[in-house]
Design a protein around this ligand. Structure first.
Ligand code: HEM
Length: 130
């Protein structure tokens, strides 16, 4: 048994910040993430700060997002944006690369990717055709 939180195991605040920063950099730069990029604001710094705060709590660290904004209601907050399978896949692609580059331990990456994939899937709110 490992009693440490995922937050502690990946390296705490610095690593969470590094992952999120790289995530949005990739979203901004990769042509394959264009459809995802274009539903985000031009300035990604606010999105980056919010995802950092959210993931901090989600990983078992300080509940920064909840303290500031209350219950995440994450699915409801995504309703203004059309999230289909393509958007989900692009989100996960950026996250997978960011984790590969910022978390060296493969097992730990897998532990993160599985629940993040489930969460991203749950965020879908638009049928893929029609
Ligand atoms: C499945 C594909 C996803 C798409 C297309 C998507 C898209 C977006 C967009 C367009 C925004 C608004 C950006 C902004 O307010 O600056 C947003 C906000 C946010 N997203 Fe996602 N997202 C996805 C998945 C996720 C997942 C899996 C998480 C959590 C791990 C997440 C966490 C957040 C948070 C915390 C916010 C800020 C909410 C707020 O306080 O307004 N998103 N997302």
């Amino acid at each position: 048994m490992n009693s440490e939180t995922l937050y502690q195991r990946i390296g705490g605040e610095n690593t969470v910040r590094a992952i999120v920063h790289r995530f949005y950099q990739l979203m901004d730069e990769l042509p394959e993430a264009w459809e995802l990029r274009k539903i985000h604001p031009e300035d990604l710094s606010g999105s980056e700060q919010k995802l950092f705060m959210y993931l901090s709590g989600w990983l078992g660290g300080p509940q920064l997002y909840v303290e500031r904004y209350g219950h995440p209601r994450l699915r409801a907050r995504h309703m203004p944006f059309a999230v289909d399978s393509q958007a989900r896949d692009q989100w996960m692609m950026c996250m997978k690369i960011a984790l590969e580059e910022r978390v060296s331990e493969g097992d730990l990456r897998e532990e993160l990717l599985k629940p993040l994939g489930d969460l991203a899937d749950f965020m879908r709110n638009k049928p893929d055709h029609g």
